[in-house]
Design a protein around this ligand. Structure first.
Ligand code: BTN
Length: 264
């Protein structure tokens, strides 16, 4: 792959400029730098391999060559979007899910806030970061990593949560770049609907553990220091998780530094 081949692969999408790196530290770092240097809305940084890929909560994200998708899209949020920054990780997760469903006929679920599960194992993740200018967000970077081939899945000792790859479930080789096209198409589509009911419905419809008991670590809990336990009941309009913690009691959990796991 090179930048010209990638540009023709992504024809028809509103992407004004592309950077392609065979090896890079982190596409999110490159995109944040580019945003600070003036990249316009829709610019894309993609890489075959990352040496310092980052995940949520400061975790490492491993991207081996030839086996994964690792890319970061730069948005210049409009004033209306700036009020909904918390929805952009859900936007990334929804786009990945829809692309996996429509192009590969898989049945992914979104583990709130932004992990993509196939068969309850993590196949992809989203890391949204902001480029600040003083108090103002002047750019958003939506970083997406997808384990496409089995080789992309880190060893069990490197993992916090069981992982899988897309090809494990398709049983055949997947064209990474076609998948990238589908994810980006879905991203631009849902971005234009981020204030609409259809967006929340589409996100909620794919929510993993809906109606199941989960524990949330890192959220304010009535029992100090203990995880919050409840039934997953949905997502509100700001992307908070609605957790039913008692017969008539619901708690809203915001994404922040929280970690959700199923109660076994
Ligand atoms: C997570 O699940 O914790 C989020 C993982 C996000 C990984 C992607 S890969 C492309 C982009 N560059 C990074 O360094 N991270 C994101």
């Amino acid at each position: 792959m090179d930048v010209d081949a990638l540009s023709s692969q992504l024809t028809g999408l509103p992407i004004p400029q592309i950077q392609y790196h065979p090896v890079i530290g982190s596409t999110n770092d490159a995109a944040l730098r580019w945003a600070n240097e003036g990249a316009v809305d829709g610019c894309l940084v993609a890489a075959d391999q990352q040496t310092h890929g980052r995940g949520r909560l400061g975790r490492q994200w491993i991207t081996r060559p030839g086996s994964a998708l690792a890319f970061s899209l730069i948005f210049r949020p409009t004033p209306a979007e700036q009020e909904r920054i918390s929805l952009f990780s859900g936007l990334g997760a929804l786009a990945i899910s829809q692309a996996l469903e429509e192009t590969l006929h898989l049945a992914p679920e979104i583990k709130w806030p932004n992990d993509i599960l196939i068969d309850r194992r993590k196949a992809a993740g989203v890391l949204v970061e902001a480029a600040w200018q003083g108090e103002q967000i002047q750019g958003l970077v939506i970083g997406i990593g997808v384990n496409v081939a089995e080789d992309a899945v880190p060893s069990a000792s490197e993992l916090m949560f069981p992982a899988t790859s897309v090809e494990t479930h398709t049983g055949q080789m997947v064209d990474r770049w076609k998948l990238l096209h589908s994810i980006l198409r879905a991203l631009f589509h849902w971005r234009s609907q981020i204030t609409e009911q259809t967006f929340y419905q589409a996100w909620e419809r794919r929510l993993a553990f809906k109606g199941e008991w989960v524990q949330i670590e890192g959220a304010a809990s009535p029992k100090q220091g203990e995880p919050l336990t409840g039934l997953v009941s949905g997502i509100d309009k700001t992307g908070n998780l609605i957790l039913q913690t008692g017969p008539a009691k619901t708690v809203l959990v915001s994404a922040g530094d929280v970690h959700l796991r199923a109660v076994s």
